[in-house]
Design a protein around this ligand. Structure first.
Ligand SMILES: C[S@@+](CC[C@H](N)C(=O)[O-])C[C@H]1O[C@@H](n2cnc3c(N)ncnc32)[C@H](O)[C@@H]1O
Length: 409
């Protein structure tokens, strides 16, 4: 284990030039993915002898896959059924050969099955709508096969790639009118190539056949697991979804096109938003909270500049407090908790999320093993954040990631 100290800069954890989306982590995009090499390092340092890994904000499942790779049972929860689907596919082995050509040929001859999609014609071209509908109709028939979920994930990425949204943009932001005129994506080709690529990734980046459990749950609600947890490796959202990563906007096209097909269920943007950390409304600035002196100071400073922003930040951290409390309840003795967080700026004030997380856990009886700092190079999330929630508008924030490591005595 690394020497116990308060904050340590870890240049060897920067992984400069190594993409977070290598291997099986290139299966479907997801915002703010953990770097798999960071998870691997954390498992090396803190995972020895630990049997059960838990990720309470599992997203696309990077921690879960690495947990399985290290021979642990992996349990994840998230509120987003798209995230759970991606996490499950990434964590599995693929034995079957998938008849890609036959699926596409069959789709071409099918009657389109077009679900309810908001402003469908604005976000998709007519030919794309028809062909996505045809693919959807055929994929349905493969329900019950070993590769059904992989088909859904490849279909979801195809929906994103062939929509009129700008590529590389997580929020809804349509392609420029002039460019849109000449934009004619080939749905079947994109689907075929995506599926082939995903099959290769699963085969080449092989992991053992481990035990995985993923559940659709809100971590703020108390929950029960059959196992006690030995190690937590997770990255919570960095703030409310209005001003940081809008996971619900990112997922919306896929959730609509997957409706009725995803084994993890359906949801809509509004529901996802209402479940995201920070959505608990109307937290009074006079609410007393004594779990974090750093949060107290931050809220005091922020409220002098903007009461509204101070309330938003407080709402978020009160939610995070309840999440941490629930996580603490399921830990075994000597369990290690690794929270990967970023310190963003709100109205010019730095929000020291690493100190706040440490203090929250200390108030819950855990001991600080250290905070490790790495530079962010590849993380698919706004290095350049969009504080106004307007697509395309960016301001400079997070360049470092803080890994807060706590231990239950
Ligand atoms: C930073 S992302 C996690 C990314 C993940 N580490 C990965 O590598 O893909 C945060 C996740 O928290 C989830 N989330 C937000 N609020 C939640 C809640 N109340 N309960 C459980 N998960 C929540 C979001 O859906 C999102 O997937």
């Amino acid at each position: 284990m690394i020497a116990i100290s308060s904050k340590i800069r870890m240049p060897s954890w920067d992984f400069a030039g190594i993409k977070a989306s290598n291997g099986r982590y290139g299966i479907h995009e997801y915002p703010a993915m953990l770097h798999y090499l960071l998870v691997r390092e954390l498992l090396k340092e803190f995972g020895e002898g630990k049997k059960v890994l838990f990720d309470p904000f599992c997203g696309s499942g990077v921690s879960l896959c690495e947990g399985i790779r290290a021979g642990k049972k992996a349990i994840g929860i998230d509120i987003n059924p798209l995230a759970l689907l991606i996490a499950k596919v990434r964590s599995c082995q693929l034995y079957a050969q998938i008849p890609i050509r036959e699926i596409i040929q069959e789709a071409k001859l099918s009657q389109p099955d077009i679900p309810k999609v908001k402003n469908l014609e604005y976000w998709f071209k007519p030919q794309v709508i028809e062909n996505l509908g045809k693919l959807r109709a055929v994929i349905k028939k493969y329900k019950g096969t070993e590769f059904y979920e992989l088909l859904l994930v490849a279909f979801s990425q195809t929906v994103r790639s062939t929509s009129n949204n700008r590529k590389g943009e997580f929020k809804r932001y349509r392609i420029d009118e002039k460019k849109l005129k000449y934009y004619n994506p080939n749905v079947f080709e994109v689907f075929g190539m995506t599926l082939f690529d995903y099959m290769q990734r699963l085969k080449e980046d092989n992991i053992p056949n481990g035990i995985l459990e993923v559940y659709r749950k809100d971590v703020r609600e108390s929950f029960y697991l059959k196992d006690t947890v030995d190690i937590v490796i997770t990255s919570p959202p960095y703030g409310d979804s209005k001003t940081t990563v809008a996971y619900e906007q990112f997922s919306s096209f896929s959730l609509e096109w997957l409706s009725g097909l995803n084994p993890f269920g359906d949801t809509c943007q509004r529901e996802l938003k209402s479940l995201s950390l920070g959505s608990s409304k109307n937290m009074d600035l006079n609410t007393s909270f004594d779990f974090s002196p750093s949060l107290y100071k931050t809220i005091l400073r922020l409220s002098q500049i903007s009461e509204k922003r101070a309330k938003e930040v407080l709402n978020f951290f009160i939610d995070l407090y309840y999440a941490c409390k629930n996580i603490t309840h399921i830990l075994s003795r000597k369990a290690v908790v690794c929270f990967v967080v970023g310190n963003r700026t709100v109205s010019g004030i730095n929000i020291p999320m690493d100190d706040i997380v440490r203090e929250i856990y200390e108030s819950l009886g855990l001991v600080h093993r250290g905070t490790f700092i790495r530079k962010i190079h590849n993380k698919r999330m706004p290095l350049l954040n969009s504080p106004t929630n307007q697509a395309g508008l960016k301001s400079n924030t997070m360049h470092y990631e803080y890994i807060v490591v706590m231990e239950k005595e």
